[in-house]
Every structure is written in C-alpha cells, then in structure tokens.
Design a protein around this ligand. Structure first.
Ligand code: CP
Ligand code: NVA
Length: 304
C-alpha cells in the first residue's frame, strides 16, 4: 500500500507537482495535435465507478486511457454489487487486484476516503459533493494557455459555494491566486476551508463587487447533482447571481469566462456571455482530456 498516490483533492499533490502536471498536459495536447504516438499505459486498465451522471468526465477518462494505450471499464451501482450493498472497502480490495487505477464519481466525499484507505492502486476523485479537482486541472491549464501564469491573478467565483467553489479555494492556495467568492448567505462555501486559505480568499454577498477587476470569472449550476428538488428555491436565492454582460464589464477588460458545464443559459450565465468572445468553455472542456492524461501518467508512471 505504501507509495501509492491518490488524487482526492488538489492538496494530494504539491504545488510543484501541480505546476509540472499542467505543463505536461499542455505538452500532451500538442503531441496529440501533431499526431505523435504516445502509448505508455499499454495494457493498463482504469476502473470508473459513476454514481452520478457524466458526459465530460466519462468520455475524457475513457478516451484518455485509450489514447495512452490502455483501456477503461465503466461501472455503475445499478450494474454492480455496490448497488446491492457490498461495502466500498471490499470493492476497493477487489478492484485493486484487477485494475491499475480507479476513478469514482460519488455523493459523500467519505466514500472516496474509505476506498482510498484500503486501495493498493491510485484513486482519482471524479467529483464528490465536496470537491471536483480534475476540473480545476483543466481550468488552470486553460487559463495558462490563454493568459500565462495564474499566480497573483484575481479570480471571481459567482454563485453557489459548492464542490467547484471549494475546489477553487484549494486552487487559490496551491496555484497562489486571489479568489473572490460572490454568493448569497446560506450558500457559502465550507467555512473551515475559507479560513485555511487565509488572505487568498474573500467571501462577499455582492456579485458585482466580487467580479470587479477580476482576470477570470467562473460560475457553475445553481442546483448540483443530488439537489434537483431544491431547484426552485435556489433559482429564487441566486436571482442576482447570473453572470451577465454587465457583470463581465465589471471585470478586467481581458477577463476570461469559464464554466465546468453543463450550463443553464439564462440561469447562472447569460447566453451572450457563455457564447461570447470572453468565454473559453470549449477549450476548458477539451482540456479535461489532456489534464487527466497527465494525471494518469503521473499516478501510474511517476513524476512528469
Ligand atoms: N464538468 C463535468 O465534470 O462534466 P460532466 O458532469 O459531464 O462529467
Ligand atoms: N456542481 C456541479 C458540477 C457538475 C460538473 C454538480 O456537482 O452537479
């Protein structure tokens, strides 16, 4: 078990390792564009457990493993013994003997921690209710490609203090940028995490103030997976938190807009913004592929 590295949050890698991983992701993207064959994971298998829906995460991991010469297996609770109550620890022990790396998308973050506590192969968090670290790898890669180093820049998070927002707080610590979170009372991110980030993170109720002068404006859905029945209440609570052209005008003139997707035009973001010239959401989505290939290489083969 010793020596195995997991990726449950951005804190599982050092700041230097994360920087190297982003550089490697950019390099892997270039190699793919140039048609350079690169199959270092030939014969390796990724097991993917999805307890929630996914388009980007599933396709990027599955395509990524295939491009690296390996393969991936899609597992869902409905088709496995997990759905019939087999403990996650037993599942971890069995999968560890059959596959080389595992990715889990689940609800409670402790499910990932329980799996990792007994797994003898690396575990990747493909999204939990608390964190979505793979998305941050893609977001940082996208920022670097468009604007260079994110260190010292200002990022505005607008909307729900959810798993993506918590991951941005971790990113502010690891990549050393300022984060302003504009969110309504009652939907603030994890207080302990905000405190841990110290002066790098500020939480405020006024979204226009959060966006002011920002180099990057980011938002996400108002109701995450598992919160569908709260949708109406959340639409009312977040009414003033739509990223509109007026809000983007508060940000720096060359500010970028990102959204992890799927998006709801007319709710958390105006169509003119997500489909406009400052939006880099399609590069951001594509970079899930390259960043996770770099992550798989790192976890399976060692440092990049
Ligand atoms: N952004 C993201 O994780 O998308 P999916 O839910 O489609 O995987
Ligand atoms: N906050 C969203 C992210 C989806 C990729 C959710 O958890 O549903």
């Amino acid at each position: 078990m010793s020596g195995v590295r997991h990726f449950l949050t951005l804190h599982d890698l050092s700041a230097d390792e994360l920087q190297a991983l982003i550089r490697r992701a950019i390099e892997l993207k270039r190699m793919r564009r140039e048609g350079v064959p690169h199959e270092p994971l030939r014969g390796r298998v990724l097991g993917m457990i999805f307890e929630k829906a996914s388009t980007r995460t599933r396709v990027s991991f599955e395509a990524g493993m295939s491009q690296l010469g390996g393969s991936a297996i899609f597992l869902s609770p409905g088709d496995t013994q997990l759905g019939r109550g087999e403990p996650i620890e037993d599942t971890a022990r069995v999968l560890s003997r059959m596959v080389d790396v595992v990715m889990i998308r689940t609800f409670g973050h402790e499910t990932l921690e329980r799996f990792a506590s007994v797994a003898t192969v690396p575990l990747i968090n493909g999204l939990s209710d608390r964190f979505h670290p793979c998305q941050l790898l893609a977001d940082i890669q996208t920022y670097v490609e468009h604007r260079g180093d994110i260190r010292g820049r200002t990022v505005a998070w607008i909307g729900d203090g959810n798993n993506m927002c918590n991951s941005y707080i971790n990113a502010a610590m690891q990549f050393d940028f300022q984060l302003r979170i504009g969110c309504p009372d009652g939907y603030r991110p994890d207080d302990a995490l905000v405190a841990k980030a110290g002066g790098r993170v500020e939480v405020m109720a006024d979204p226009m103030a959060a966006a002011k002068g920002a180099d990057l404006v980011v938002t996400d859905v108002w109701a995450s997976m598992g919160q569908e029945e709260e949708h109406q209440r959340r639409v009312a609570a977040f009414r003033d938190y739509c990223v509109t052209p007026e809000m983007m005008a508060q940000a720096a003139p060359d500010a970028l807009f990102m959204h992890c997707l799927p998006a709801h035009r007319g709710e958390e973001v105006a169509a003119e913004v997500i489909d406009g010239p400052q939006s880099v959401v399609w590069d951001e989505a594509e970079n899930r592929l390259h960043a996770q290939k770099a992550l798989l290489e790192f976890l399976l083969l060692g440092s990049n």
